[in-house]
Every structure is written in structure tokens, then in C-alpha cells.
Design a protein around this ligand. Structure first.
Ligand SMILES: Cc1cc2nc3c(=O)[nH]c(=O)nc-3n(C[C@H](O)[C@H](O)[C@H](O)COP(=O)(O)O)c2cc1C
Ligand SMILES: [Mn+2]
Length: 497
């Protein structure tokens, strides 16, 4: 796995996953339009070498495809990352020597995940303090025409809980307010905001920009408050993250970061933040958020500035979200083991909809799982939960729609309740509160008020095997180029869905 952003850029380039753009391009809107088209085409990461008005290259769309996300984690598929986590989450008391040794190795992998403090870091090759700092020297994007200002969009914001000192790292957009100030968009349910609320007076904040992809991802991961995202990143990478003390703050920052902003927020000092075109697909209205004052900007020589464009889905952040969906499945199963799989549709901006498949074992089981989802971490913000049986693939939306149509009596199988809403949801009657819709699309038993449930239509395995064997004889050979499901008749004509 790449150790820092530069190594990651090299990996992307070696894998044919990076395009360098040498032409001068304006970070004001123009970059967004290019990125939007590139993301939607499944295109490469983009390194803008001459963003207008800045000496720094601008990297965007580093996470924009499943393949790049897998490259970032050094896996074949994202479920492999989940499997690593599962071995730790599902640890049982070991029996026998072999298991004990394996258990110790697993415990060691957790112990080795803790960040390692080093005395100096590349992120401090250049140090600017006080008046020397000017955020306008960075190629910070104004993403959409209605945005209030340029926004830093891919930061890892580091704070410590004033009560017990535990570290938090989160990704929160930062609206540029001037050469040395930004807003800090800590939404209602987030750990960074909790640290801020527990502080009295001044709280130190550090912002790391330009990290190895696993650490950058970890800043977006919905971990419980007491878990340090840098430790999580170390666990996922299998090597600790090196951190170095800031030059004007006590906080430690990733030593290999391209750019670090150090500074503080002051209790009670807020500014109208927004509007900003966000991942909901709409502009979020202006609201008060804390002001972040920058006391130092440190960086590597030739620092690369990282960015991401969010907007109407699908955008690059779809893959950060999908990574979370996959990586957190084992954690979800530790609380709700009957869950087989789940899908958070990208088009649902992640909090609007969850589709969950379960091993149903008793009447009301689907409702139990819905309420579990509405009670779990950030999943509690989910507006609509659809529950299907174990044999249904929650990632196949046509299949899901089939069962929602076929298995549901809306008078019996729909739950309407209430709960917390995503901070940015514009559709709810009251901000932060919303209705919750549960749709039970599982097969129903008589105990649930069902009449006799008819069997589903399936061909017998014997006939399926027979047709497999005889397929060539029918002259309908599957087309090797057109791929699965396409049929080429012996006349040469190609049929596909
Ligand atoms: C590209 C991107 C931008 C994000 N912007 C914000 C934001 O502006 N405010 C916010 O509260 N969460 C934002 N998030 C979500 C948080 O990063 C996510 O909820 C994370 O878990 C927060 O960390 P925390 O749980 O330690 O607070 C963003 C996520 C991504 C991927
Ligand atoms: Mn956190």
C-alpha cells in the first residue's frame, strides 16, 4: 500500500490510472466540469499541473473507480478489506497452540496500528507562520456556480477530545473566509463537533491535506468516537502512521502529509457557512459554523493539493462511501448477525436508503432489523430501509424492486416511524428530524398475517444441468466478446438485453 500521496500518484501512473493535465485550468468551476465528465466516464485520476493562480499541482478523482479504490487498499475487492477486519472482530478465545499464536499475531496487528511519533516530518520542509500564510496560494476549488467561496474538500481534520485527549480525524469541508481563516463544517452528529462543544475557550485544530489514500479514506470512515482514525488507518495499512508534532500546536499530524494547516477554533465564534453544492445533489443553505484560524501552514517542497468534487451522484465520493459500506459489513454483523449483506445506493446519497438482506427466523424479524439500522451509528440517519430475504441480492436493484412489488402488502408491511435526520437533508419537515420508512419485502409467515405463501418459480437443478451440457447443440452459443447473457444465434445475429 502506498506510504504517502506521492507514492500513490506513482502507483496510479504505473497502473495507467492517472492523466496529467498540462494546460492551465481554472480551479474556479472549470476543474469541476472536467472532473464531472471524467468521473461519469469511469475515467482516470487527474493531476492538474498548472491550476490557474497557484504553484501547486491539484490532484482530483484519485478515488473515482472501484479499481482505484482496490489499488488504494492493495486488494482484489473491497470485501477483502472487510475480511481482515472480520478476523479481529470475530476473534474467539483461542483453543490450542496454533490458534493462540494466531490470536497473538492478530492482537499484535492491533497494537502495531497505533501511530508512531517521529521527530521530524516531510510535511514540515517548508514552514510558514502567521502573516506568511495565504490560503489563496493553494489551488482551492470553487466547485459549483452557487458556492459561497472556494472550499477545501478533502481535508483530514484533527482534534483531541478536551475531556480525555483521545484523537479524532474527520473529513469536513472548509469554506475559505480569508488568507488565514476558514469555516469548519462540523455537522450535528460528528465527533469533531463534539470535541468542539466540549471545549471551553480555544481548541487546537490541525488539518492534513494530501495523504496516502488509506489514511484519507479513514478520515471519512464512521468510526465510534473513542476510536482514533489514525489507528484505524494503521490497522488497514498494516503499518503505523508516522506523526510529528505541529510547529504551532501540540497536536500531532501525519508526517508525510503534503500540506498541513495548524490553528484553532474559538468557542462561540461562528460564521455563516455556505451555500455549497453538496453530495445530496443540492446546495446546502448557509448556517452558522465555527471559524478556524490558521496559525501555520507547513508543507513538503512541491506540495500537491488534493481535492474532491461532490455534487449530484454519482461523483468520486461514491467510492469512499462504497468502501465504507463494504468495510463496515463485519462490524454491522457483530450487532445484527442475521444480516447477510446490505447496499447503500449511491443515488440515495448513502443516507437516503439502505437495502438489507437477512436470514429471517421469526415473525417481525424484518422490523427488528429496521430498528437496529435506525439505532446504529451514522446508519441511524437512514430514511428508508428495505429488508429482503437472504437469497435476494441487495445490490441488484431490479431484483429488489421485484420483491418490493411482489412480497409487500403496503397495509401490513410498511413501517412509518421517526428519528434523527442527516444534517443536510432539505426534505424533512424539521431540520435534524425525519420520518423513517421501513419496507418489509421478505416472504411472510401465517404468524405475520399471511395467507398461504406460494412457492417461487425456479427451474429444477436437473434441467439446468441438462441445458448447460447441451447448450452448444442449440446453436445459441454465448458470445465471448459480448459477454454473459448475450446470445449469438447460429445465423450470426447477436441478442442481448
Ligand atoms: C468528500 C467528503 C466530504 C465530507 N464533508 C463533510 C462535511 O463537510 N461535514 C461533515 O460533518 N461531514 C462530512 N463528511 C462526512 C464525514 O467525513 C464522516 O461522517 C466522518 O465519519 C466524520 O468523522 P467523525 O465521525 O470522526 O466526525 C464528508 C465526507 C466525505 C467523503
Ligand atoms: Mn471519529
Amino acid at each position: 500500500m502506498p506510504a504517502d500521496l506521492r507514492e500513490w500518484v506513482s502507483v496510479l501512473e504505473a497502473e495507467g490510472e492517472l492523466a496529467r493535465v498540462g494546460a492551465e485550468v481554472d480551479p474556479h468551476l472549470e476543474v469541476t466540469e472536467i472532473v464531472d465528465r471524467t468521473v461519469k466516464a469511469g475515467g482516470p485520476a487527474l493531476l492538474f499541473e498548472r491550476p490557474k493562480g497557484s504553484e501547486h499541482a491539484l490532484l482530483v478523482n484519485q478515488f473515482g473507480t472501484e479499481r482505484r479504490m482496490c489499488l488504494a487498499f492493495g486488494v482484489e475487492q473491497l470485501d477483502d478489506v472487510a475480511a481482515r477486519l472480520a478476523t479481529v472482530l470475530e476473534m474467539q478465545p483461542p483453543e490450542g497452540l496454533v490458534e493462540k499464536v494466531r490470536g497473538l499475531r492478530q492482537l499484535k496487528s492491533i497494537a502495531d496500528s497505533r501511530p508512531r511519533t517521529v521527530r521530524s516530518g516531510a510535511c514540515q520542509e517548508i514552514v510558514l507562520r502567521g502573516d506568511e500564510v495565504d490560503l489563496a496560494t493553494l489551488p482551492i476549488q470553487t466547485c459549483w456556480p452557487g458556492d459561497a467561496a472556494p472550499f477545501i474538500t478533502l481535508p483530514a481534520v484533527i482534534t483531541r477530545d478536551p475531556r480525555d485527549g483521545t484523537r479524532n480525524v474527520g473529513m469536513y469541508r472548509m469554506q475559505v473566509l480569508g488568507p488565514r481563516a476558514t469555516a469548519m463544517h462540523w455537522q450535528l452528529h460528528k465527533d469533531g463537533r463534539a470535541d468542539y462543544l466540549f471545549s471551553d475557550g480555544r481548541m487546537e485544530v490541525a488539518v492534513a491535506l494530501g495523504l496516502d489514500p488509506v489514511t484519507a479514506y479513514s478520515a471519512s470512515a464512521p468510526l465510534p468516537k473513542h476510536i482514533d482514525e489514525l489507528m484505524f488507518a494503521g490497522f488497514l495499512r498494516g503499518a503505523p502512521i508516522d506523526v510529528v508534532k505541529g510547529v504551532t500546536v501540540e497536536l500531532e499530524v501525519p508526517a508525510a502529509a503534503e500540506i498541513v494547516l495548524e490553528g484553532y477554533v474559538e468557542q462561540g465564534e461562528t460564521v455563516e457557512e455556505g451555500p455549497f453544492g453538496d453530495h445530496t445533489g443540492f446546495y446546502t443553505a448557509a448556517e452558522p459554523f465555527p471559524v478556524f484560524h490558521v496559525t501555520a501552514l507547513t508543507m513538503r517542497r512541491g506540495a500537491i493539493y488534493p481535492s474532491i468534487v461532490v455534487g449530484k451522484p454519482p461523483q468520486e465520493d461514491a467510492w469512499l462511501g462504497k468502501a465504507t459500506e463494504r468495510i463496515f459489513l463485519p462490524a454491522l454483523r457483530t450487532s445484527v448477525p442475521e444480516i447477510v449483506d446490505y447496499d447503500l445506493p449511491v443515488s440515495g446519497a448513502f443516507h437516503n436508503c439502505a437495502i438489507v438482506s437477512i436470514r429471517k427466523a421469526f415473525p417481525g424479524h424484518a422490523a427488528k432489523v429496521m430498528h437496529a439500522i435506525w439505532g446504529l451509528g451514522m446508519l441511524s440517519l437512514t430514511k428508508t430501509v428495505i429488508v429482503v430475504d437472504a437469497h435476494v441480492d441487495p445490490h441488484d436493484y431490479a431484483q429488489v424492486a421485484f420483491y418490493v412489488g411482489a412480497n409487500v402488502d403496503p397495509a401490513r408491511d410498511v413501517i412509518l416511524t421517526e428519528g434523527p435526520a442527516d444534517h443536510l437533508d432539505h426534505a424533512t419537515v424539521r431540520q435534524f428530524l425525519s420520518g423513517k420508512l421501513g419496507i418489509d419485502a421478505t416472504a411472510k409467515s401465517p404468524a405475520e398475517g399471511a395467507r398461504e405463501w406460494p412457492p417461487e418459480i425456479e427451474m429444477s437443478e436437473e434441467i439446468q444441468a441438462l441445458v448447460d451440457r447441451r447448450w452448444a447443440e442449440y446453436g445459441l452459443a454465448t458470445d465471448p466478446v459480448a459477454g454473459n447473457g448475450a446470445i449469438r444465434h447460429s445465423s450470426g445475429r447477436l441478442f442481448r438485453r
